[in-house]
Design a protein around this ligand. Sequence first.
Ligand SMILES: [Zn+2]
Length: 280
Amino acid sequence: MKELKKMNAKCNIRMNKYKKLSSTIPKSSESFEWKNVNWRKIKLYLNIFQNKIYAARKKTKVALNFRTLIRPSKSKTREHFAKMKEVINKTRKTDVLLMELNPKIIGWARYYRTAVSYKTFKWLDTLLFKALLKWQYKKHPTRSRKWLNQIYYHKKREKNWVFGMKSPKNNELVSLKSYTDVPIERFVKVKGEKSPYDGDILYWSLRLNNHPTMSGNVSKLLKKQKGLCNICKLPFFPTDIIERDHIVPLSKNGTHKISNMQLLHGHCHKIKTANDRKLM
Ligand SMILES: [Zn+2]
């Protein structure tokens, strides 16, 4: 606190009265492993010049309070990768390898996607890449790197160097999934006094993705549109009439696929269909 006051006086900065600062600077950050994850206390520092809060260890910044970070535990990550390696060493056929590895990757990444795990995911991706390079050399000891690259690595959307194979039947790419493909989603607390029995279907279908009284497609679309109507961009309320609409109308060869569907308010839907008919 004293340091901060000194710094403030030097730079002529006024601080908000209500900002609470910890007066003691702890000696070390604590960490322990529990329930497959690593829990770690991180010191937060305030950079006076940029007025930003972030985790750092430099003396020039002033310590704020703690924040707890939850990461995949190191021992569990190593254990998982050892299992992956076992599979890689055991199998020889590429299609079998892909079939064995993909569900393991997605399952593991989904388990840890609510934690602070992006760096771990990236690390595992590079480890897998290296292990698969070794596997290729073992399988084809006499082939050149160029030949191997042509066979095993492909372009997928914006990504180069995607491990996979083209199926001999229809020449479609079957590729290896990566850990970083699984988006990291923080757990969102249930709002104040909400209960599953309160009848607010809209809130619960957005949150749970499937509510017994709402059809699967509607709740999927609700989540996709983040609870907003696609025309007026206003939120749906529990009392509103929600209607499903075909973006490309059926009369113009639109399909029933979910990619061609959207949710609209009852009144917005009427305006849209009227406009569609005018255009016809
Ligand atoms: Zn609307």
